[in-house]
Design a protein around this ligand. Structure first.
Ligand code: KIV
Ligand code: ZN
Length: 506
């Protein structure tokens, strides 16, 4: 019989911490429901003390989701634990995830403390959390760089204090797979009472070893893995859920199963990428656009003769539907609704479907085929409807041998404004015209245009970072006109600006 591996998804906590990936509560509920359909065991829904938004999201996700355990992160601080417990009040299955840094670097520089005091704080936090819930996970932050003997003492103490899961994070992504696996083995062999807790992995990808380290942890006794969709997360990201799930599916000999319905992997990946405006690299394992695309003649010939020659898994197993109906201007609402549901977007409200369908028809008039990415952008476009600043029109004249000129119309809270400007290119002219209306000191820090891959009529996607009043804001725009997409991305940022406090204010 196979052993069972528990999947702990932290897309909505570690993943959502990434600058520019923030979701609102409605979007987080959409992702949480999709994670439930995917079959994850635990959803880390947020860090409730960090903001009212996070607190509220944990509350709403707890109400919306039935089967998975809902987990809330805390530091080893009583106030954090109080707030986490309150945010979990509606969860059918609840877990508090508390912890503290255990490496000498963390003990000395972060806490200005010593090893004994850290054990006391860890034990106190676990005991305090156990007053609220039966399921308490303890994380030993930077366990990857913590010496094994001391780590074993910490783990033993927190299990005695009531921890049901012990998380061994490679917070900096530093460990080699053998070293991380040996660490888990050491804990299995040296911690009294280890059989009373589940060991969890939590590996970051700074050196590209997150999946290898996680697998090594599992092969050495860990039975929970902390992962994110598309591997998103702090810096170089976390271990990808899809990689671990498919490794265990392809290598049945390992003898470890998960509860993941792998056919939901692709739609979940697309949903997260679209809502977070975080493109998936084309060569990303399992969910990248090229993951199943055979381009060389030798490969194509082999795959046509027998798919086994170059494919180790069936694309259908990850939910890639190669018989997908091609959407064009002649497709009806039902076909669009079906495609959205395949991509994990279930819109119940008919008037909303109608709005998306009208936008779909307008786009289909401009380009021959509507791709999955286009559908996701269309489905997410209504997020801009509540914006105070909206683009009404944009006209740009540009070309070789003369300065570009742009005229723009903005609607700001119902009032219309117009301006014109010239610039050293169409985007520059459009941004200058826009700035004549939005008179704020803002600096464009980064501007990325996503490659157009499907033809010159494709939708271009633009990501920008704009600095305003000491904060950096992230914006996204998508349009068949790349200059319009650029301005939409800029306006997306402007709508997120927090007004700086002026003197005399709290
Ligand atoms: O990487 C890490 O150590 C973490 C902990 C808070 C679990 O994310
Ligand atoms: Zn982490």
């Amino acid at each position: 019989m196979s052993d069972r591996l528990f999947i702990f998804d932290t897309t909505l906590r570690d993943g959502e911490q990434v600058p520019g990936c923030q979701l609102n509560t409605v979007e987080k509920i959409q992702v949480a429901k999709q994670l439930e359909a995917l079959g994850v065991d635990v959803i880390e829904a947020g860090f409730p003390i960090s903001s009212p938004g996070d607190f509220n999201s944990v509350i709403e996700i707890s109400k919306a989701v039935t089967w998975p355990t809902i987990c809330a992160l805390t530091r080893a601080v009583q106030k954090d634990i109080d707030v986490a417990a309150e945010s979990l009040q509606y969860a059918k299955h609840k877990r508090i995830h508390t912890g503290i840094g255990t490496s000498d670097q963390h003990i000395k520089y972060k806490f200005n403390s010593n090893r004994e005091e850290i054990i006391e704080r860890a034990v106190a936090a676990v005991k305090y959390a156990r007053k609220y819930v039966d399921d308490v996970e303890f994380y030993a932050e930077d366990a990857g760089r913590t010496d094994n003997e001391y780590l074993a003492r910490v783990v033993e103490a927190v299990i005695k204090a009531g921890a049901t899961v012990v998380n061994i994070p490679d917070t900096t992504g530093y460990c080699l797979p053998e070293v991380y696996g040996a660490k888990i083995k050491y804990l299995c062999e040296h911690v009294d009472g280890i059989e009373n807790a589940t060991i969890s992995t939590h590996c970051h990808n700074d050196l590209g070893m997150a999946t290898a380290n996680t697998l090594s942890g599992v092969l050495n006794g860990a039975r929970q893995v902390e992962v994110t969709i598309n591997g998103i997360g702090e810096r170089a990201g976390n271990t990808s859920l899809e990689e671990i799930a498919m490794i265990l599916k392809c290598h049945k000999g390992i003898g470890i199963d998960t509860n993941i319905n792998t056919t939901k992997i692709y739609p979940t990946s697309r949903m997260v990428s679209s809502l977070m405006n975080m493109p998936v690299q084309p060569n990303k394992a399992i969910v990248g656009k090229n993951a199943f695309a055979h381009s060389s003649g030798i490969h194509q010939d082999g795959v046509l003769k027998n798919t086994n020659t170059y494919e180790i898994m069936n694309p259908k197993d990850v939910g890639l539907d190669d018989n997908a109906i091609v959407l064009t201007a002649r497709s009806g609402r039902a076909a669009l609704k079906y495609r959205m549901s395949v991509l994990g977007i279930n819109v119940e409200d008919d008037s909303k479907v109608d709005k998306i369908y009208q936008a779909f028809l307008r786009l289909a008039d401009q380009k021959k085929e509507i791709t999955d990415d286009d559908v996701l952008v269309l489905a997410g476009a209504d997020r801009a409807e509540s914006h105070a600043v909206k683009l009404e029109y944009l006209q740009v004249t540009s070309g070789k041998g003369f300065r570009s000129v742009a005229s723009i119309g903005l609607n700001i809270s119902g009032q219309k404004f117009e301006a014109a400007a010239s610039g050293n290119g169409p985007v520059d002219a459009a941004v200058k015209a826009m700035k004549r209306i939005i008179q704020k000191e803002m600096i464009l820090k980064e501007y990325t245009v996503q490659a157009i891959t499907k033809g010159s009529d494709d939708v271009g996607k633009v990501h920008v970072q704009v600095e305003y009043a000491g904060n950096v804001y992230y914006g996204f725009g998508a349009n068949t006109d790349i200059v319009t997409a650029s301005i939409e991305a800029y306006i997306d940022c402007i709508n997120k600006f927090r007004i700086p406090h002026t003197e005399g204010e709290e």
